[in-house]
Write a protein that binds this ligand. Structure first.
Ligand SMILES: Cc1cc2nc3c(=O)[nH]c(=O)nc-3n(C[C@H](O)[C@H](O)[C@H](O)COP(=O)(O)OP(=O)(O)OC[C@H]3O[C@@H](n4cnc5c(N)ncnc54)[C@H](O)[C@@H]3O)c2cc1C
Length: 426
C-alpha cells in the first residue's frame, strides 16, 4: 500500500512524485517503459544522442525555471527557418517573404490586404488563418503544413490550441519582410535552454534521487472502488491517492467501470504519432539551422532539427546530426515502410543540401506512439466529459496526454507539481 501512486515517469508524473515526496508522503511511481523520462527521454546510436523530437526548454514559471537552473545549460536564440521548394525563409514566413519570387510576394501582399475582417469566433482553424494572413499565405504555408503536421486539413481543426504560437504581423511588418531580409526576430520565445550534457532529460535528473520508481511496470487495470492498480504481472498496489499521466483514452479503457457516454467520448479522441528518422553524419556540419519546418508535400518530414547544434555533446567530435519528424494518425497512414522512410529522408537531406548521402554514418528509425493531441472540431467537449468522470473516480489526471492538451514540458511539469493542492483528498 502506498499513500500516493503515480502512473507514468514522464515529466508530469515525476513532478507529482517529487513534490509529494518533498511534502513527506509515501509515493510509488509505475512506468511502463524500461527508462524514465517519457517524451523527454533520449536514445543513443553509436555515440550520437537524439531526443524524441526537437525539445528545448523555455518557461516564464519560477518553479520550472528553478528546476532548469539546477542543471548546467546552454542558451539558444530561437531562429527557426522554413524550407519551401528550394528556398529558406526566416520564421515566421508571414513577415519574412523576402526570398520568394517578386510575383509571389505581390500576390501574397494583395491577398493580405484583402483578408476578411477579424472575428472573435471561428468555424475552424483555416478561417482563423485566412483572417490573420490572407488566402495566399494561408494556402501556401500554414494550411499546407497543417496537413503534414496535424495530418488533417485546417478546416477540420478548432483554434483552441493556437494561443500565442502565431505571430500576427501588421501591414508594415509584412511589407518590410517582403522587401528586406533584415527583419527583427518575432518568434514568440526569446530564448531556449538545453542541458550542456546528457540530453533534454538531464533537466529532470534532480527529481529522481529518493523516488520509489518501478520501471517495466505497466498498469493494466485500475479498480477505483477498491482503490488499487494492477500491473501486467498481476501484482496489485493499493493507494489512497492516484495520479495518472496515462493517455486519457487508454486510462478510460483500463478502469473497472465506465459509463457508455464516457467510453464513446474517449474513443473519439485521437492524437498524432511521429516516426523519427535520426541521421548521424561523418562531417562537422549538416545544414545551417538549429531547427526548421518543411512545407514541400513530396518530402515526408514536416520538421527537423540538429541535435549537435543543441549541444555539441550530442554528437562525437567532428560529426553532426539531424532528426526528422514524420507525422501520421488514424486519418493519415505513413507513406512508406521504415526502410523506405529512412531512404526518403536521406534523399531529402541531400536534395535540401544539408548533407550528402555519402556522409551518413548512422540512421535510426523509431516511433513515438503519442506525439500531439489533435483539436478536431468538438474535441474539447468530449475530452472534458471524460476528464470529469476520471476526476469523479478520485483520479488526478496530469500531463500532456493525461489532460489531453497541447502542453509544453513546463506546463506538463506544473500539472504534476500541482498535486500539492490535492493533499486534502488524503
Ligand atoms: C515532437 C515533440 C517535440 C516537443 N518539443 C517540445 C519543446 O521543444 N519544448 C517543450 O517544452 N515541450 C515540447 N514537447 C512537449 C513535451 O514533450 C511534453 O509536454 C512532455 O514531455 C509531456 O510529459 P508527460 O509526462 O505529460 O507525458 P509523457 O512524457 O508521455 O509521459 C507519460 C509516461 O507514462 C507512461 N505510461 C503510459 N501509460 C502507462 C501505463 N499504463 N502504465 C505505466 N506507465 C504508463 C509512458 O510510458 C510515459 O513514460 C514536444 C513534444 C513532442 C511530441
Amino acid at each position: 500500500m502506498a499513500e500516493i501512486v503515480v502512473i507514468g515517469a514522464g515529466v508530469a508524473g515525476l513532478a507529482a512524485a517529487y513534490h509529494a515526496g518533498q511534502a513527506g508522503y509515501e509515493v510509488k511511481v509505475f512506468e511502463a517503459r524500461e527508462r524514465w523520462g517519457g517524451l523527454l527521454d533520449h536514445f543513443t546510436v553509436e555515440d550520437f544522442r537524439f531526443d524524441h523530437g526537437v525539445h528545448f526548454a523555455f518557461s516564464s514559471n519560477d518553479q520550472f525555471r528553478a528546476l532548469l537552473g539546477r542543471t548546467d545549460y546552454l542558451t539558444h536564440k530561437p531562429e527557426p527557418y522554413n524550407y519551401d521548394r528550394g528556398r529558406w525563409l526566416k520564421h515566421p514566413v508571414q513577415n519574412n517573404l523576402y526570398p520568394l519570387p517578386v510575383a509571389d510576394k505581390i500576390e501574397a501582399i494583395k491577398s493580405f490586404l484583402e483578408r476578411p475582417p477579424q472575428t472573435d469566433t471561428h468555424n475552424h482553424y483555416r478561417q482563423w488563418l485566412v483572417q490573420q494572413f490572407g488566402e495566399v499565405i494561408t494556402t501556401r504555408f500554414p494550411a499546407r503544413y497543417t496537413e503534414k503536421y496535424w495530418t488533417v486539413s485546417a478546416e477540420k481543426l478548432s483554434t483552441e490550441w493556437v494561443g500565442d504560437r502565431f505571430y500576427c504581423p501588421s501591414l508594415d511588418e509584412v511589407l518590410l519582410g517582403a522587401m528586406s531580409d533584415r527583419t527583427p526576430q518575432t518568434y514568440y520565445l526569446r530564448e531556449m535552454l538545453y542541458p550542456r550534457c546528457g540530453g533534454f532529460r538531464a533537466f529532470l535528473d534532480p527529481l529522481i534521487p529518493g523516488l520509489d520508481l518501478q520501471l517495466n511496470s505497466k498498469v493494466v487495470r485500475i479498480d477505483t472502488e477498491k482503490r488499487y492498480v494492477e500491473l501486467g504481472n498481476g501484482k496489485r498496489e493499493y493507494y489512497n491517492l492516484l495520479v495518472s499521466s496515462v493517455p486519457l483514452p487508454e486510462l478510460i479503457s483500463i478502469l473497472n467501470f465506465t459509463p457508455v457516454s464516457v467510453s464513446e467520448a474517449a474513443a473519439s479522441l485521437w492524437a498524432t504519432s511521429a516516426a523519427l528518422v535520426s541521421l548521424g553524419f561523418a562531417r562537422p556540419e549538416a545544414g545551417e539551422h538549429l531547427w526548421f519546418y518543411i512545407y514541400d508535400r513530396d518530402i515526408c518530414a514536416s520538421r527537423a532539427h540538429a541535435p549537435y547544434r543543441k549541444a555539441p555533446e550530442n554528437a562525437p567530435s567532428g560529426h553532426s546530426s539531424l532528426q526528422f519528424e514524420i507525422y501520421y494518425s488514424r486519418h493519415k497512414a505513413l507513406p512508406s515502410s521504415p526502410e523506405g522512410l529512412v531512404e526518403q529522408v536521406i534523399a531529402a537531406a541531400e536534395a535540401m543540401q544539408l548533407a550528402p548521402r555519402s556522409a551518413v554514418k548512422v540512421a535510426d528509425y523509431r516511433i513515438l506512439p503519442y506525439a500531439n493531441v489533435v483539436f478536431d472540431l468538438g474535441m474539447t467537449a468530449k475530452r472534458d466529459h471524460a476528464l470529469e468522470f476520471v476526476r469523479k473516480c478520485g483520479i488526478i489526471p496530469v500531463g500532456r496526454f493525461g489532460l489531453w492538451d497541447y502542453l509544453w514540458s513546463d506546463q506538463s511539469y506544473l500539472s504534476g507539481s500541482r498535486i500539492t493542492e490535492r493533499f486534502h483528498m488524503l
